[in-house]
Design a protein around this ligand. Structure first.
Ligand code: HEM
Length: 415
């Protein structure tokens, strides 16, 4: 145990926060969150930067309409040169990076497709896709060789489902998955110039692909979301501009795929580590939703988000000057001992389990019903199909902070 992760040590807020930027810190950030929490549920890292680890405080900040998400104007103020990066530019035309009134308009344009009743109707589609992928895993692992559960199952299912909704051809799905994964590093900011450069190139390739697909759907409409969004743009570009159409497609593809893949990956890993849970997933049909909720709390795929104070504000018991940035550590809020008893214990039977893993307020995750459905179907099916599933190597986390999950999870499928 290092001094930074020893609960007995009083480590400065600056030191603990800086450690989150290192590969070692990102492999296990939870002790660092506790070191940060020791300085308060909302603590100033430096003037203009408030770090929030409390559950109630994160929840309040996410719902506070005086706080904004980083939008194009925000980037102009804080990150000169950001417009040179297509991977950042494309996302600022989406709902995730806009504030009202644009946010309200953009969310309404795509939101109709993600309502809980619409998502419930996808159940049999998800089941069928999961079973096809399990057949493939069975073939790949039949001779006893390890199969990477992330590459072959956890990441393929979400990309297959969202591709079917949007109307992307099946043969392009693995390409999409790899591109989406490459552009997603832009969420970690300007830290790694080489990764940002790769993200820009991937974004350019995806934009060219979407532009071509939109044209094809214009000529030959189908029963899919790309066609509907294209028609919305063509009918009234004030409702959905061209860049906004691209931004919406980009965010629907990228926001949901790695995150859901990490959710399924964590769920599989935790059940392999605790065989009684794998047994319950197999035999108790109603267990999966509670299990998924606890994975979301315990190992959230999105660790952190941020907000900006649009004006001088009194908030969370402190004066927040205009332009201040709030770093909201959702993964720390999910382990706030004032909200969750024995928070470092994985317990799917915990009562009133409402983690902040999908955010809260106006930007609450649009895809939450879809992600929950996919994980709640994928995990019981995985353990029913392969009752003897075991990990062949210790898990390795990807070296990223914002969207965090397992890089690979090699498993043996034999009983
Ligand atoms: C386990 C899986 C997922 C997790 C943990 C997750 C997490 C989140 C979080 C934390 C936010 C809010 C960010 C903020 O307020 O700053 C968000 C927003 C969003 N998510 Fe998800 N997400 C997941 C799956 C999905 C899926 C499957 C989709 C769609 C296919 C999706 C689409 C979106 C969109 C469009 C937004 C922006 C909503 C808005 O700005 O109004 N997400 N997600």
């Amino acid at each position: 145990m290092s001094r930074l992760t020893d609960p007995g040590e009083q480590v400065s807020l600056k030191e603990a926060f800086a450690e989150l930027g290192t590969a070692r810190g990102r492999q296990d950030p939870y002790p660092l969150y506790e070191a940060i929490r020791n300085h308060g549920a909302a603590a100033w890292l430096k003037p203009g930067r408030l770090v929030v680890t409390g559950y109630e405080e994160c929840d309040r900040a996410l719902r506070d309409t005086r706080l904004h998400v980083q939008d194009a104007a925000g980037y102009d103020a804080t990150s000169p040169g950001w417009r040179d990066h297509s991977s950042l530019r494309a996302f600022t035309s989406s709902m995730l990076y806009s504030n009202p009134p644009d946010h309200t308009r953009l969310r309404a344009v795509a939101g109709f497709a993600f309502t809980p009743p619409k998502i419930r109707r996808l159940r049999s589609v998800v089941e069928e896709m999961a079973d096809r992928l399990l057949d493939r895993m069975a073939r790949l692992g039949a001779d006893g060789s390890p199969v990477d559960l992330i590459a072959e199952y956890a990441s393929r299912l979400p990309v297959a489902v969202i591709s079917a909704m949007l109307g992307f051809p099946e043969e392009d799905q693995v390409w999409f998955r790899d591109m989406a994964s490459t552009v997603a590093v832009s969420t970690d900011g300007f830290g790694d110039p080489a990764a940002l450069e790769r993200a820009d190139r991937a974004m350019d390739d995806m934009t060219a692909y979407f532009t071509d697909l939109v044209d094809r759907r214009r000529r030959d409409p189908r029963d899919d979301l790309v066609t509907l969004l294209t028609q919305t743009h063509d009918d009234d570009p004030r409702r959905l501009g061209h860049d906004e159409l691209m931004g919406t497609l980009m965010v629907l593809l990228t926001a949901g795929f790695e995150t859901t893949s990490f959710l399924i990956g964590h769920g599989a890993m935790l059940a392999m580590e605790r065989s009684s849970l794998a047994g319950r997933l197999r035999t108790e049909p109603d267990f999966a939703p509670a299990y998924v909720e606890e994975i979301l709390r315990f190992e959230p795929p999105v660790h952190v988000t941020s907000r900006w104070a649009a004006a001088d504000t009194e908030l969370l018991g402190t004066s927040v000057p205009a332009g201040s940035r709030l770093t909201l550590i959702l993964a720390a809020a999910n382990r706030d001992p004032r909200r969750f008893a024995d928070p470092a214990r994985f317990d799917p039977d915990r009562p009133d389990n409402r983690p902040l893993s999908f955010g809260a307020g106006g930007h609450f995750c649009l895809g939450a019903p879809l992600a929950r459905l996919e994980a709640a179907l994928a995990l019981p099916r995985l353990f029913a199909r392969f009752p003897g599933l075991t990990a062949t190597k210790p898990p390795v986390y990807r070296d990223r902070w914002v969207v965090r999950g397992l890089d690979t999870l090699p498993v043996a499928i034999a009983a």
